[in-house]
Design a protein around this ligand. Structure first.
Ligand code: HEC
Length: 156
């Protein structure tokens, strides 16, 4: 009786041990796998991230002052040619939204017929898809007029 019981207990404890061992093993290997996955993109380490972000950050920091400088230059120096290149050419160099193309005498002919004062007015106040002052409210009337003069000089 006693030996039978201890035999059962012995077998039982082995089975229990195997089950526990199996469960622990599964849990452990799962944890290790999860651990591997967590560790896998090591590239997320702060240093690596900094390293990968760096070029973008540097380019941005490097170029921002250039853009600012260009805007200041337009405002300060003015000059029709410069304004046309830096502001108006955005649309007029390609004839975008059927704007009269720079240097295209045929495209400009019907505009010129309206008289230069009308062209000034429309450039300053806008006309359909043509934004007032080319979308640059910081340009003075004279800035816009000198830009129009320059545009017209390209088709004379
Ligand atoms: C966002 C695009 C865009 C920009 C930027 C732009 N234009 Fe225009 N412009 C147009 C379009 C489109 C037209 C044609 C409008 C129409 O006739 O319906 C036009 C027409 C004109 C005309 C002819 C107006 C008329 O009465 O026929 C003049 C002059 C002109 N633009 C000057 C300028 C000047 C000067 C600048 C820069 C300060 C400038 N534009 C910037 C889109 C633009």
């Amino acid at each position: 009786m006693a030996s039978q019981n201890s035999g059962k207990f012995f077998v039982g404890s082995i089975v229990t041990f195997l089950i526990i061992f199996g469960v622990v093993k599964i849990v452990l290997s799962t944890m290790l796998d999860v651990g591997k996955n967590v560790a896998a993109p090591e590239s997320m380490l702060a240093e690596d991230v900094a390293e990968r972000v760096k070029p973008v950050a540097e380019v941005y920091i490097g170029e921002a002052p250039v853009v600012v400088a260009a805007a200041v230059e337009v405002a300060a120096v003015g000059g029709g040619a410069k304004i046309v290149t830096q502001v108006c050419a955005l649309c007029h160099s390609t004839g975008m939204m059927s704007s009269p193309k720079l240097g295209d005498a045929e495209g400009w002919a019907p505009r010129i017929e309206k008289g230069v004062d009308t062209l000034y007015d429309n450039a300053i106040n806008g006309l359909n898809m043509m934004p007032a002052r080319g979308g640059r409210p910081d340009l003075s009337d004279d800035d816009v007029k000198s830009a129009v003069d320059h545009m017209l000089s390209l088709v004379k």
